[in-house]
Design a protein around this ligand. Sequence first.
Ligand SMILES: NC(=O)c1ccc[n+]([C@@H]2O[C@H](COP(=O)([O-])OP(=O)(O)OC[C@H]3O[C@@H](n4cnc5c(N)ncnc54)[C@H](O)[C@@H]3O)[C@@H](O)[C@H]2O)c1
Length: 251
Amino acid sequence: MEVDVSNLAIVVTGAASGIGRATALAFAADGARVFAVDQNAAGLDETKASAGSGSIVTHVADLLDPANCAPIIDAAVAELGRLDALCNIAGVLRIEALEDVTPQTWDFIYGVNVRAPFFLSQAAMPHLLKSDGAIVNISSATAFRGYAYVTAYTSSKAAVAHMTKSLQAEVIKSGVRINAIAPGSVNTPMGTGGSGGAMDKFDMDLFMRMLQVRPGSPPESYTDIILYLASPQNQIIRGAVLNVDDGMDAT
Ligand SMILES: NC(=O)c1ccc[n+]([C@@H]2O[C@H](COP(=O)([O-])OP(=O)(O)OC[C@H]3O[C@@H](n4cnc5c(N)ncnc54)[C@H](O)[C@@H]3O)[C@@H](O)[C@H]2O)c1
């Protein structure tokens, strides 16, 4: 699959760690101009330092505040002059027993995982309509089955999957392509622990069902498919949620 992202203007959220960092670095290595967004300033600095001569501009912002979404896109377009793709990669996970989940936790997870990608997409759309650009969202293999202790997270990732399809439907007559990938277990700070609740409350048999049979994958495993979906070479995959989960959904 030939992919050319050189000189494309790309926004990547969650770029201070994990899949977001790997994605920002992969775009920059292939000649794209990356606007890297995260709330973690030190992590963004590390990403930029790892890019060498690759083009990465960092932007610190908290995606939990919806008022930040349009200004992020405005700043990216002011910096890059255009926008070819938005990669909504930032996300948060909490693992907690049902009785411990508060409305604040629920809003926190939905705020970062669902609301921010939606309002970033809303702000990005006029620019993407001009460039025949793309949006790549990150759902999860956990969105399609029941898993104990992560209802807020898994349902937020199911919402991302559905948002991907509905947004694509709304712009289906344009050149804009909107897709999501659904990873399995990824070796990132989130994938190797995340923020767990009181483990002593968990039925460990149920808890362990969340783990996939195969070992977790490095975040770099996902960058080829993300770059392809963001590139103009993809003209046939639209509104799709692709299982790239190393077999998690099959087992
Ligand atoms: N790790 C896994 O096993 C796994 C599996 C399936 C899907 N995913 C999804 O992949 C995406 C990336 O996760 P990861 O594993 O790389 O996790 P990670 O924890 O390594 O990275 C997440 C990044 O998002 C940023 N972020 C979180 N809240 C933010 C906020 N309010 N404002 C700005 N930035 C914020 C963090 O600072 C961090 O840099 C997430 O959407 C996650 O749900 C991860």
